[in-house]
Every structure is written in C-alpha cells, then in structure tokens.
Design a protein. Structure first.
Length: 255
C-alpha cells in the first residue's frame, strides 16, 4: 500500500513539474531572450537545470560522481542508455543537448527541449547546419552535451562513436570530456529506453522504483590540438568510456 501511494504521489508531482515547465518554457524563457543584456540567455539553461534537479528529486535519483566535470565551455560526450541520461546530466550544470529529431515531436517534452535551446538532428543526415550552430555556440562559451552513439543501449555495451559529431569541438578549439553513465541495482533493468519502448510506459516503470542509483564517471579532458582527426578523437573518447564502465574494447569501423 505504501509503495502504491509513493508511486502515485511521485506521478502527481511529475505532472505538476511538467506543467510548470510548460508554463516557464512558454512565457519566462522567451522573455529572458528578449532582455537586451549580453549573455542573458544564460538564464535559460539555468532554468532548465533547476527544473531537471526537481525531476531528479521526485524520481529519487541518487547520484554518485567520479572525476571532475570541466568548468566553462566544452563538449561532453556520453554513452546513452535512456532519456533519463538527459535529466541527470542536465541537472549538474547549465547545458544544452544535441538530440535526435524525433524527440522534438514528443508531446510537451519536445516543446520543453526546443524552448530550452537544445538542438535536434535528423537521423542519417550529415547535419551540416546543426554542426555549424554547435560550433558557434561552443565559440560563444556554451557547454554542449551529445551522445555520439546516435542511439541507446542497455548499458552493457558502447556502440561506435560518430566522429562527425565531435567536429564542432575541433572547429571551436574547446576540450572534449567523456561521461560514462552507469545505472545500478533495479535501475539496470528499468531505466534503459530501447527498441520500441515508449516514454510514458518507461516513466511509469521508473515510478515503481523507490530510488534510482546512477554513477557518472568524468574522464580526463581530451584537449583538441591542431591537426587532430575527428575519428581519432571519437575513438579515444569511446575508449575512455569503455574503460570507465569496465567493458572490453570492440573493433568497429570508422564512419
């Protein structure tokens, strides 16, 4: 009975948070962008960060951090297990994400993502315009996050990292830092968002859990030097993530 009550109370709080997020996205964030103060759009990722921290608290996320996140601008690259990765990473520091275009069409979630300054790329598209936008934002001092596998896994493997997605860091001359995400306990089975899973069903599964334990392993920053090849950078980044997760290296073809 107690667990049943906790599930519904958490569900009600999530609904309230999404409602407040929708109001903020529709009113407060556009207003912030109109204020004629240099870099005022920093307020937008801060608003997103505070909201994501509230979501983490309601879901019972218990976070452990190993290593030190870089301060200032840079590119975080991470393995990808679930939509919850975005919530956890975005709750740490003000950031913007590169996500697949399908997310932009999700009810409310897509609206919140678009209004928060996140970027979306079509699957299989070269993404030239989006990558140029990423480069400009990195040069401007933003911190961006992407999942270079281009899809999710169950956390027991790390797929090939697409080197072209790391090109903006090379063009902007900013460091790349890997983040290895590892869920523990019951979350290992419930958190992964793969195959034909839908958002609502996955969320309801998470509401059953009394807590969600996750560890973030931050690697040593990969400094971008003149002449570095994006595929080489991607291989080094993937190797760091595999090592942090205790997984074996697998040979894959560059793309």
């Amino acid at each position: 009975m107690k667990l049943h009550y906790q599930r519904w109370s958490k569900g009600a709080l999530i609904i309230v948070l999404f409602g407040l997020g929708g109001v903020a996205a529709a009113t407060l964030q556009p207003l912030c962008r109109r204020i004629p103060i240099q870099r005022v759009n920093l307020l937008v990722p801060w608003i997103q960060m505070v909201w994501l921290r509230a979501v983490c608290r309601v879901l019972g996320v218990r976070l452990s951090i190993q290593g030190s996140p870089i301060s200032g601008c840079g590119l975080w690259v991470s393995n990808h297990v679930s939509w919850l990765d975005v919530v956890v990473l975005g709750a740490l520091q003000p950031t913007a994400f590169l996500a697949k275009s399908e997310v932009a069409s999700w009810p409310l979630v897509g609206f919140l993502g678009r209004q928060s300054g996140n970027l979306f790329i079509n699957r299989g598209n070269s993404g030239g315009e989006i990558l140029d936008t990423m480069t400009r934002r990195l040069q401007y001092g933003d911190r961006l996050v992407l999942f270079p596998e281009g899809t999710t896994t169950r956390g027991d493997t790390v797929r090939h990292f697409h080197g072209r997605l790391l090109q903006p860091a090379i063009s902007a001359g900013v460091p790349v830092q890997t983040v290895a995400i590892a869920y523990q306990g019951a979350a290992v089975e419930c958190v992964p968002f793969v195959d034909d899973d839908d958002f609502l069903s996955n969320l309801l599964g998470l509401l059953h859990l009394p807590s969600i334990c996750v560890t973030l392993h931050f690697g040593e920053p990969l400094l971008v030097t003149n002449g570095v090849q994006r595929n080489t950078l991607a291989r080094h980044a993937r190797s760091q993530v595999l090592t942090a997760l205790g997984l074996e290296e697998e040979l894959t073809q560059a793309a």
